[in-house]
Design a protein around this ligand. Structure first.
Ligand SMILES: *Cc1c(COP(=O)(O)O)cnc(C)c1O
Length: 408
């Protein structure tokens, strides 16, 4: 039996995993070109470039439009703001209810509170970790205005069922695809299926320029509304000092867009590496007792991996706690963590709104269980070469072999 690193044995993995974010000479070139152009914002015009020159924001939005096969694209400050303006564009307001996944980052639901509406938390599915359409339907009331499905970790939700529910009850869909740029459901890019798709370019995401976000829609009226909310109430094509609704400033800079545009050219190749490694891990880890990987349901044509996750079943590991398991993996040179500490509604800003009739009628025990069982690997880990990915499996097996000694 090999000695564990915490008892003085050799670490399974000595090599550092790939870092994130990554940059190359092309990124430097485009970033500097934005700098030297003197056009640093969506609204500046230094007079140096020709009027016909497209800035990086426009080029970036055009490219996203092409990749996601969606007509209207707006690059914004961040994913949180993307969700907020999509929610406002629908006209969500006090008295409304919006259904959302409780197993997500807080911004998936704060956008509902910010609009003065009540978030209703529909539990996730045990196998896929995504919002469960059966639970969504249980949450519907006459106040329901929208659903925010989250493509958690980059794995698409069951959009057929969600679209069917939205049609049946005449409600809108805002896809939170913050972790899922490039993923597809039945060959349709996620984000392009609902009324709105929202993405994040924060530094942990698969496409990043430090901070940034994207909102997409195929509906012209919604795009006009979004634009106005994002640009201080100005109307598309309107006058600079004419403000028609209460908006704010959610514009991204040319410097951010230059970096995002450059990074975007490598997204698919990186998504592919993460996908291949995730497939490998799924195959290997499923053979280990007490580890349950996420199930990818029929209809998912391409999951991307912003996170690779599995369930750790402590009861099948002689009661070795998840905290201890993660600590042991970390000490073997494998970076991983337990993910969200609680479902969203257990955070303080939700205490008041959570206590309503719609939320009381339903249970969210799978989300609560998942917060206790999850083991997460960040996207940079998934960029490693096959040999290093194998070390993850080796380290888990090593802990398993030492189990009797650890739990005696
Ligand atoms: C990152 C993230 C957001 C928020 O994006 P920011 O750019 O960090 O504001 C929203 N929803 C989910 C699911 C996320 O992972």
């Amino acid at each position: 039996m090999e000695k564990l690193a915490i008892f003085g044995g050799l670490k399974v993995n000595e090599k550092i995993f790939p870092v994130w974010p990554q940059y190359n000479a092309e990124d430097e070139k485009l970033l500097l070109s934005a700098l030297h152009s003197g056009n640093w914002s969506a609204t500046s015009n230094s007079g140096k470039g020709k009027e016909t020159d497209k800035g990086f924001i426009e080029k970036f939005e055009d490219e996203i439009s092409r990749i996601l096969n969606t007509q209207y694209v707006l690059a914004v400050t961040n994913g949180t703001n993307a969700l907020e303006i999509a929610t406002q564009a629908i006209g969500i307001s006090p008295g409304d209810e919006v259904i959302v996944s409780p197993y997500s980052f807080i911004s998936s639901a704060t956008c509902i509170l910010k609009a003065g509406a009540a978030p209703i938390f529909a539990d996730i599915d045990y196998d896929t970790w995504n919002i469960d359409p059966v639970m969504i339907e249980k949450c519907i009331t006459k106040r329901t205005r929208a659903i925010i499905p989250v493509h958690f970790g980059g794995q698409p939700c069951d959009m057929d069922k969600i679209v069917a529910i939205a049609k049946k009850y005449n409600i809108k869909i805002i896809e939170d695809a913050a972790q899922a740029l490039g993923a597809s459901w039945k060959s349709k890019p996620v984000g392009s299926i609902g009324n709105f798709g929202c993405f994040s370019m924060q530094s942990s995401k698969n496409l990043t320029c430090g901070e940034g976000g994207i909102v997409i829609t195929n509906e012209e009226d919604y795009y006009k509304k979004l634009y106005s909310l994002y640009n201080l109430g100005r109307s598309l094509g309107g006058l600079w000092y004419e403000h028609n609704i209460l908006g704010s400033n959610y514009r991204i800079t040319e410097l951010q867009a230059a970096l995002a545009y450059s990074q975007l050219s490598r997204l698919e190749a990186q998504n592919r590496i993460r996908y291949d490694n995730a497939k490998y891990l799924d195959g290997m880890l499923n053979q280990i007792e007490g580890i349950e990987t996420r199930k990818i349901q029929d209809g998912v044509t391409y999951p991307v991996y912003n996170l690779y996750c599995f369930r750790y079943k402590s009861e099948l590991w002689n009661g070795l706690t998840r905290k201890r398991f993660i600590m042991l993996l970390n000490s073997e040179g494998i970076p991983c963590n337990g993910g969200y500490i609680t479902p969203i509604y257990q955070n303080k800003p939700f205490q008041e709104s959570y206590n309503n009739e719609a939320n009381r009628r339903i249970t969210t025990e799978i989300s609560e269980l998942t917060c206790k069982e999850a083991v997460w690997f960040q996207s940079n880990v998934l960029l490693a070469d096959k040999k290093q990915i194998q070390k993850i499996v080796e380290a888990i097996l090593k802990i398993r072999q030492n189990l009797s000694r650890l739990t005696r």
